[in-house]
Design a binder for this molecule. Structure first.
Ligand code: SF4
Ligand code: SF4
Length: 202
């Protein structure tokens, strides 16, 4: 099973690359679970194609709705909303796990024209125009704790003179901006005033 966040109605490119480059052992059946704050669009069609390329048997793609953490462009839910979303996510995970245990495929979701557009051309444009780290900066509120560097899944941040420096290899996961304990990081002016959401424990 592969579990990944959804990015602009698709599996993130870094996860897609990892699947492409990894030699899987054992069963050929693969279940893909995408977490997301809204919709996964037509991501299943692309995942199915990728599995076929790898000689894997695609057993379905399912979404688990999670609190939207895309603080660079939007506000995140408040604590009560997050708690409610997480409770539902827990129930959803249990029902998906039951399907996997029984060896049954995840049910296929209906796909609209909008889903196809979002996972296709819109996703391509979004990556080209927005998915880079040029907009991140840390303010004077930075206390040089280094947590942003530790949290970046792509090791894209180094601390120089006590401040984070972004190195050009970003997947816009929002771990750095969401997980800064002093909310010192902003994404241009778009994140200003937005609530941060980050649940990984230190
Ligand atoms: S997590 Fe925040 S406070 Fe810590 S080093 Fe990074 S920007 Fe500075
Ligand atoms: S932690 Fe920050 S720099 Fe690293 S991939 Fe996520 S958004 Fe980009």
């Amino acid at each position: 099973m592969v579990v990944a966040p959804t990015y602009a109605w698709q599996m993130p490119k870094v996860v897609e690359r990892w699947i492409r480059e990894t030699e899987f052992e054992g069963t050929k059946d693969i279940y893909i679970v995408l977490t997301c704050g809204g919709s996964v669009g037509n991501a299943a069609a692309y995942a199915k194609k990728l599995c076929a390329e790898k000689g894997l048997h695609f057993s379905g793609l399912a979404l688990v709705a999670m609190p939207n953490n895309y603080v660079a462009l939007s506000n995140t839910p408040d604590k009560a909303e997050c708690a409610a979303i997480l409770e539902k996510a827990g129930e959803r995970i249990v029902s998906l796990a039951a399907l996997i245990q029984k060896g049954e495929p995840f049910p296929e979701a209906a796909i609209s024209f909008k889903d196809r557009m979002n996972s296709g051309p819109v996703n391509g444009l979004f990556y080209a125009l927005f998915v880079h780290d040029k907009g991140f900066a840390a303010s004077e509120a930075c206390v040089s704790c280094g947590k942003c560097a530790q949290r970046c899944p792509l090791n894209n941040i180094r601390i120089s003179d006590g401040k984070p420096v972004w190195n050009g290899n970003c997947t816009h996961c929002m771990a750095c901006i969401g997980g800064c304990p002093t909310e010192a990081i902003e994404y241009k002016s778009a994140s200003k005033g937005n609530r941060r959401y980050y649940i990984m424990k230190d």
